[in-house]
Design a binder for this molecule. Structure first.
Ligand code: NAP
Length: 280
């Protein structure tokens, strides 16, 4: 069987779930994929990419802090990376390194699976970093009626909203918009490891609203706990992580992975994160 090599490249990457995720996918799909987490600091990124072009790699996943910096080092970008202003996937072919972005596609996967109709919805996105931008891009392209993006640093929300037809505001003023939203997305890094919530205590949700946290560790973040207490439906970030990996797989191998495999992989990761899974 042909052996393929891939890696997640960033700093830090020690705690990345990607090696486990891609090992599960490779086992499901019968490919021999050697996937590693490679710690690369910003000063060495160009050099690492240079040697990878000459190496045996099928591709890289790119994570913080390199998603934007890598754009200028690549040999070409597809529309997804251009629109997102960041690349989280690299495909190596014939000595060339091409950049893609799978975050926006991955963002929509769990919404589709939950039966949430994005077309015509009113959405609020909290956070305007890479994940917030991907969420806004996916929502506007999928036909949301209104996308409001709120961020601690207002200027960053303004930059994300510009050109997407979204509206920007400071995070401190999100509560009123949240009350009228069908979908509220937490795309800030608040809630990671269970610390912090982007909304003030007591924030109210519209009846039937869906709260979607892109943070996946822990499964029940303070934002989701608050939304649940306020009667909203909830969705964690693991589905997006798996969704963007399925899209990565399609880019690397030209193979579309079915939703059933995605759900199996997601379940195994969930069990791993909650300490119920076996070793892989
Ligand atoms: P990023 O580019 O560094 O952006 C971080 C965002 O969080 C910015 O909007 C930042 O606001 C905000 N923020 C940070 N600390 C804050 C605080 N104390 N109070 C209020 N806002 C704060 O990171 P990212 O790539 O967008 O990732 C954001 C989160 O999404 C991370 O937790 C990441 O794990 C998660 N994520 C999940 C997936 C997935 O597949 N599920 C994919 C990508 C990202 P400022 O602009 O004011 O700094």
């Amino acid at each position: 069987m042909k052996r393929y090599f891939a890696a997640v490249v960033g700093r830090p990457v020690r705690h990345s779930l990607s090696p486990r995720l891609f090992k599960l996918l490779a086992a499901e799909l019968g490919r021999e994929l050697r996937y590693r987490a490679v710690e690369v600091d910003a000063r060495r990124l160009a050099q690492a990419l240079g040697s990878a072009r000459r190496g045996p790699w099928v591709g890289w996943n790119v994570t913080l802090p390199h998603k934007v910096r890598i754009l200028s080092l690549l040999d070409g970008l597809d529309d997804s990376a251009r629109a997102a202003g960041a690349a989280n996937v690299v495909r190596f072919e014939d000595g060339r390194a091409m950049g893609y972005n799978t975050d926006a596609a991955g963002f929509l996967v769990p919404l589709g699976r939950a039966g949430f109709a994005v077309r015509g919805c009113r959405a609020v996105v909290l956070g305007a970093g890479g994940a917030g931008r991907a969420a806004c891009l996916a929502l506007t392209r999928a036909g949301a009626r209104r996308v409001l993006v709120f961020n601690r640093t207002f200027e960053n929300a303004r930059v994300v909203a510009a050109g997407l037809g979204a509206v920007a505001g400071p995070l401190s003023q999100a509560a009123e918009a949240v009350r009228e939203a069908d979908l509220v997305v937490n795309a800030t890094s608040l809630g990671l490891e269970g610390r912090g919530c982007p909304l003030a205590p007591g924030a109210r949700f519209k009846t039937g609203a869906l709260a979607y946290d892109l943070v996946y560790r822990p499964a029940l973040t303070p934002f989701l706990a608050q939304a649940r207490a306020g009667g909203a439906g909830t969705l964690g970030g693991l589905g997006m992580l798996v969704g963007q990996a399925l899209e990565t797989w399609r880019i690397w191998f030209g193979e579309t992975v079915g939703g059933r495999i995605g759900r199996r992989v997601e379940k195994e990761l969930e069990e791993f994160l909650t300490g119920k899974g076996g070793a892989l």
